[in-house]
Design a protein around this ligand. Structure first.
Ligand code: SF4
Length: 114
């Protein structure tokens, strides 16, 4: 196993298009969960994200001033309608009550001699 190289070979590969000079994991992530850019450029995508979404470093008390920043969870609000609260596959609804105690039927272990 190797440590992350931040795909330095891709970042400085001038044969790649400028838009392709990003870590492979950043390019591959289907939900764009990772951003890559210059945090010293106040107009970069990452600087904007840190500034506007409250990006933070881990363990700032160590004083290492890491470039990696993390964004807090996004606050989302969803509306759940009353009819969505009962799932058709809800076992509590199907069994019409709370789960029963231990099963008293014979199990395979009861009838087999392994
Ligand atoms: S793909 Fe991502 S995790 Fe893997 S080496 Fe590149 S930057 Fe690091």
């Amino acid at each position: 196993m190797k440590k992350c190289t931040l795909c330095v070979d891709r970042i400085y590969d001038e044969t790649l298009e400028e838009s392709e000079r990003k870590p492979a994991c950043v390019l591959a992530c289907p939900t764009s969960a990772r951003l890559f850019g210059d945090i010293h450029d106040p107009d970069s995508e990452v600087s904007e994200a840190i500034r506007e979404e409250g990006g933070y470093q881990l363990l700032p008390e160590w004083g290492s001033n890491p470039a990696n920043h993390y964004l807090p969870r996004r606050k989302q609000s969803i509306t759940i309608h009353q009819d969505e609260l009962q799932r058709s596959d809800n076992p509590l609804k199907r069994e019409s009550g709370h789960p029963q105690g231990p099963v008293k039927e014979q199990t395979l272990d009861d009838v087999m001699s392994w």
